[in-house]
Design a protein around this ligand. Sequence first.
Ligand SMILES: *[C@@H]1O[C@H](CO)[C@@H](O)[C@H](O)[C@H]1NC(C)=O
Ligand SMILES: *[C@@H]1O[C@H](CO)[C@@H](O)[C@H](O)[C@H]1NC(C)=O
Ligand SMILES: *[C@@H]1O[C@H](CO)[C@@H](O)[C@H](O)[C@H]1NC(C)=O
Length: 245
Amino acid sequence: MPIMGGYFTRIAASKLFIIALLLLILESCETEAAMIKLKAKLVGRARVAGRGFSMRANSEHHCLALCNKRPDQCDAVNFYVPSGKCRFLQRCTPIRVVLNSTDFYFYSKRPQIVSEGYTFETESGSCLKVITNQTDFATADQLCANDNGRLATLNTPALNQLATALLRASGAQYAWFGLRDVGKEGNPTHSDGSAVSDRGWFRPAPQQWRNDSNKNCWAIQDDGQWAEFSCKGRLLYSICEVPPF
Ligand SMILES: *[C@@H]1O[C@H](CO)[C@@H](O)[C@H](O)[C@H]1NC(C)=O
Ligand SMILES: *[C@@H]1O[C@H](CO)[C@@H](O)[C@H](O)[C@H]1NC(C)=O
Ligand SMILES: *[C@@H]1O[C@H](CO)[C@@H](O)[C@H](O)[C@H]1NC(C)=O
């Protein structure tokens, strides 16, 4: 009996060990995936201002590692070399350079957000916002560029859903996003350079899916469908995106 008991205990223990190992592997994969997706790069040697909080760190690399452990609270870091102060800057909120100085390291996971009102989308790691100026497509494109971003590439259901929710909250029916007919009619190109047909995910409003060479710019509708308009013929809100690096 004692021998049997020991045998079963050993089996049970080894099973537990394997389960613990699997959980550990799963967890480290998850963390790694998040970190791979949003990798910070050295943007500059400057002191920056923005919403966030501070801790101590041994070096700029340590500061960045601490940031990577709290991805939902930290999108950028500002490390002050003389005192070891490590400032975490909030995701999708504005950051402003206040002083160029080699005493500081400024790392960020995306181009600097420069205006209020951006919302995070988890799957893509992008920040999205509705710009409420009513403009033609080219001006919308410029407004997003002024915000260090681009007209949004809505190439996943999650991005399209968030864009739809933000548009509804704005009260408008349509907003330009990053899609236009560049070469071929009927296969428009996203602002990230991919073609709609590459993804196999396309949601035109049925009545507005037109092979009309006068309509080459795309807007999202408040029900999440896409509609095609003349690029200068409509003055609409726009959906801007600041994607991760
Ligand atoms: C810091 O340097 C950048 C690039 O040289 C410059 O564009 C910016 O105006 C400077 N900012 C400040 C606050 O001095
Ligand atoms: C967009 O709207 C804001 C706020 O009304 C205004 O300050 C800005 O000048 C407008 N920009 C353009 C390009 O129309
Ligand atoms: C538009 O063109 C595509 C490709 O030539 C064709 O398959 C489609 O049926 C056309 N749609 C309409 C509404 O004419």
